[in-house]
Design a protein around this ligand. Structure first.
Ligand code: NAI
Length: 387
C-alpha cells in the first residue's frame, strides 16, 4: 500500500483529496493545524490513516513531522491561505504578510527537506499553487506573489533534487470554504468570476482531488516538473467577452471513458462502449514542420465535438528545435488554448500532450486517459510537456 502525506487535509480541496486517495486504496498521513476537523475526517475515512496536527508556518513543527512516519511515496503540499482582509499591499500588517509567505511558499520547500529520510526514491511531490500565481490578483496581499514563487520554486527544486518527481497544480476558482469566505466577505462575485471561465462554472473540490490523486500516483510518471492548470480554461483566456454560465452539469467523475482514436494507434486502449465521450488524435504527430497548425485545425474539424466530451491531441516535440520550430510550437500551444476558449460553452474540452519522436505512446496512455476522461472535466486548453 502506498502512503501519501497530504497537508491542509481538513478542509476544501484537502478533504476531497483525502477521500479520493483513500478510495484509491492509498494510506494517508493527514496534516493540518485544525485538530478537530482532522479527527472527524479520519473518523469518516476509517482505515489505517495517520493524522498529525501541525502549524506549517512554524519550521520547528515541520521538522518534528518526520518522527514515526512510514516511508512516503508522495507528498502533496496543499495547505495554503489567502488574505481576505482587504488592505492594499503597502498597508499590509508585516506579521500576516510573513505568515502567508511562510505557509504558501516556504512550507512546501521545508517539508520535503524535513521528510527526506522518509521519502522513497522517485517520490512524487505535488505543490498546490493557483491561477493567482499566473496572473496578479490585487487586494489579496502576498497571495499572488506566494503562488508565483511556488511555481518557480517547484521547477527549481525539480532540477536540484532529481531523485524526486515534482509537479505543480494550479487550480482555478473552486467551491471550497476558502472561496465561500471570499464570496461572503464581498471579495469575490461568483457571477463575474464565472464570466471569465470558458467552461462557465466554478470547479468542484473533487475535480482538483482527482487531479492531485493522479499526480500523486505512479501513473503520472511521464510528467516531470510540469504545471497542470485545472481551471476551466480561465488561465488561457485573454478575451473580453463574458462567458455564459455553463448549461451542462459535469458528469459523474467515475463515468467510464468511451475513447475513440483519430489516426493510427496500434497499442491496447481499453475503452467503454458508452461513457464520457473522448477522442484521441494521433494524426498531428505525422505532420511535417511548417504544417502543424493546419493539422491541428483539421483534427479539430474532424472531431466535430458539439457537446460535453474531450479531444486530446498528441503533438510532436522535436529534440533539436530550430527558431522556426520554436515559433510553430508556441503557436500550436496557443491554438489549443484558442480552441478551448471557443468550445468552452459547449463543455467540449481540448488539450494536448507533447511527445518526442519515436516515443512509446503506450507509456503515455495513463496520462492520456486521465486528460481525456471524466475526472479531468475542469481541464481544458492545456498542452502538457514542460516548455
Ligand atoms: P481551505 O481554506 O478550504 O483549506 C485549507 C486547509 O489548510 C484548512 O484545513 C486549514 O486548516 C489548513 N491550514 C491553513 N493554515 C495552516 C497552517 N498554518 N498549518 C497547517 N494547516 C493549515 O482551502 P482550499 O480552498 O481547500 O485550498 C487548498 C489549496 O488550494 C490552497 O493552497 C489554496 O491556495 C489553493 N487554491 C484554492 C483555490 C480555490 O478556489 N479554493 C484556487 C486556487 C488555489
Amino acid at each position: 500500500m502506498e502512503t501519501v502525506l497530504l497537508t491542509g487535509a481538513a478542509s476544501g480541496i484537502g478533504r476531497a483529496t483525502a477521500r479520493q486517495l483513500a478510495l484509491g486504496g492509498r494510506r494517508c498521513v493527514l496534516v493540518d493545524r485544525n485538530a478537530e476537523a482532522l479527527r472527524s475526517l479520519a473518523d469518516a475515512l476509517g482505515g489505517a490513516h495517520l493524522t498529525r496536527v501541525a502549524d506549517l508556518t512554524d519550521p520547528a513543527q515541520i521538522a518534528a513531522l518526520a518522527e514515526g512516519l512510514p516511508p512516503l511515496h508522495a507528498l502533496i503540499n496543499n495547505a495554503g491561505m489567502t488574505d481576505d482582509s482587504n488592505p492594499p499591499v503597502i498597508g499590509q500588517d508585516p506579521a500576516g504578510w510573513r505568515r502567508l509567505l511562510d505557509l504558501n511558499l516556504r512550507a512546501p520547500a521545508r517539508l520535503p527537506l524535513a521528510l527526506r529520510e522518509r521519502l522513497v526514491p522517485g517520490a512524487r511531490i505535488i505543490n498546490v499553487a493557483s491561477g493567482a500565481g499566473l496572473r496578479a490578483i490585487p487586494w489579496r496581499g502576498a497571495y499572488s506573489p506566494s503562488k508565483a514563487g511556488l511555481i518557480a520554486q517547484t521547477r527549481a527544486m525539480a532540477r536540484e533534487f532529481p531523485a524526486w518527481r515534482f509537479t505543480v497544480l494550479c487550480p482555478g476558482f473552486v467551491r471550497t470554504e476558502l472561496v465561500a469566505a471570499l464570496i461572503q466577505a464581498g471579495r469575490l462575485d461568483p457571477a463575474r468570476a464565472v464570466a471569465k471561465i470558458p467552461l462557465g462554472r466554478l470547479g468542484e473540490p473533487q475535480e482538483i482531488a482527482c487531479a492531485l490523486a493522479f499526480l500523486a500516483s505512479a501513473e503520472s510518471a511521464s510528467l516531470k516538473a510540469d504545471l497542470l492548470a485545472v481551471d476551466g480554461g480561465s488561465s488561457v483566456f485573454g478575451g473580453s467577452q463574458a462567458y455564459p454560465p455553463c448549461a451542462h452539469a459535469p458528469m459523474a467523475y467515475d463515468t467510464p471513458l468511451a475513447l475513440r482514436v483519430q489516426g493510427p494507434w496500434d497499442g491496447p486502449l481499453q475503452t467503454a462502449a458508452q461513457g464520457y465521450p473522448a477522442l484521441l488524435d494521433t494524426q498531428v504527430l505525422a505532420s511535417p514542420p511548417g504544417r502543424r497548425l493546419d493539422a491541428i485545425v483539421q483534427a479539430a474539424r474532424q472531431a466535430a465535438l458539439d457537446g460535453p466530451g474531450s479531444l486530446t491531441l498528441l503533438l510532436p516535440r522535436d529534440p533539436d528545435e530550430s527558431w522556426e520550430g520554436a515559433g510553430e510550437r508556441a503557436a500550436a500551444r496557443m491554438l489549443i488554448s484558442t480552441l478551448a476558449c471557443e468550445w468552452g460553452p459547449k463543455a467540449a474540452r481540448i488539450n494536448a500532450v507533447e511527445v518526442p519522436p519515436g516515443a512509446d505512446l503506450a507509456a503515455s496512455l495513463p496520462l492520456l486517459r486521465f486528460v481525456a476522461g471524466a475526472q479531468a472535466q475542469y481541464l481544458t486548453g492545456q498542452t502538457l510537456g514542460s516548455p
